[in-house]
Design a binder for this molecule. Structure first.
Ligand code: SF4
Ligand code: SF4
Length: 304
């Protein structure tokens, strides 16, 4: 039986493909985008997070922890990672949900059974199920097994991916899914390495492959000031898509800062604390560059 580590199953999603969808978020990603909105997705294993803003300092979790890994000081709890055995007793014992475990091991059958509960919505709206991450290419066998079963039930399957993975994994998902939502962040290789932590060429090559195989795909560009929010980057993106792929539609996604609390809860640095989201005027200017180059551009669910 195949298993994956799922950190969220989000129902009634309207931003992850056509119609009303359920999005299955998998843990594990080889990239480290500085602005990542889902830091809980990055590591492959389940992770414990502590939301200090919810904690009232009652000390129940400290008393319950069988490993003696927790201590209370100044009304807040600290955890000794070297003692913690990941038993999740603290998660179950906190009355204020201040402890949260990101990630649950689920079988293909678990996932399929769960997402089929909303099949009526998919049928009525032309929706379906989207696998996101993390990076679904890292779990290609698991995603493909889920997708194959879902398609047997007549459910449309999309895969949201950064396209950083092997050709074998990509082909596996191409054979199993109906639609790819591909993040293409920045065309300059040095900037890609600095902001995302990988070279850009493997991603471009996978996009070429998807195009050559005839995959349906929507290219999405998360716009981040200082990284890729320039007319030059948009022109380079358009040039690549027009000259080397069949893809003529892109979606712009404005960076946001809603993930800050999750970084705090996971005790990780929020690398773009000083970076502000682009203005609407700037988004319009970038959209214009893409349109002038000959692409169809979506922003906030509408063609602009
Ligand atoms: S997961 Fe278990 S061992 Fe770790 S801090 Fe929570 S209760 Fe203690
Ligand atoms: S049980 Fe919850 S609210 Fe109480 S100290 Fe622990 S984390 Fe804080």
């Amino acid at each position: 039986m195949k298993y994956g580590t799922v950190f969220n199953i989000q129902r009634m999603s309207i931003h992850d493909g056509p119609g009303i969808r359920t999005t299955v978020f998998l843990k594990g990603c080889p990239l480290r985008c500085a602005w990542c909105h889902n830091p809980e997705s990055q590591r492959p294993e389940p992770e414990l997070a502590y939301h200090a803003n919810r904690c009232v300092g009652c000390g129940f979790c400290v008393a319950q922890c069988p490993a003696g890994a927790l201590s209370l000081s100044a009304g807040k709890v600290t955890k000794n990672d070297s003692l913690c055995t990941q038993c999740n007793t603290c998660v179950a014992s906190c009355p204020y949900s201040a402890w949260e475990c990101y990630g649950e091991r689920m079988s293909v059958e678990d996932v399929v059974t769960e997402v089929l509960k909303d099949k009526a919505y998919y049928t009525k709206t032309g929706g379906g199920v989207t696998f996101s991450g993390g990076e679904p290419l890292l779990r290609a066998d698991f995603v493909a097994a889920c997708a194959t079963q879902l398609r047997e039930h007549g459910v449309h399957v999309a895969v949201e991916t950064a396209c950083f993975g092997s050709e074998t994994a990509l082909r596996r998902l191409f054979d199993a899914a109906d639609l790819f939502l591909v993040d293409l962040k920045v065309m300059d290789d040095a900037a890609h390495r600095r902001w995302i932590g990988s070279p850009v060429e493997p991603i471009l090559q996978n996009l070429r492959l998807l195009g050559a195989w005839g995959a349906e795909a929507l290219v999405r560009i998360p716009v981040v000031m200082g990284c890729n929010a320039t007319e030059e980057n948009m022109a380079a993106t358009a040039d690549f898509l027009l000259s080397q792929t069949p893809y003529r539609t892109v979606e712009l996604l404005k960076m946001h800062k809603l993930a800050e609390n999750k970084y705090r809860a996971l005790r990780r640095d929020w690398l773009i604390a000083d970076v502000e989201p682009p203005t609407e005027e700037h988004m319009a200017e970038l959209a214009n560059v893409l349109k002038q180059e000959g692409l169809c551009v979506y922003y906030k669910g509408e063609i602009v």
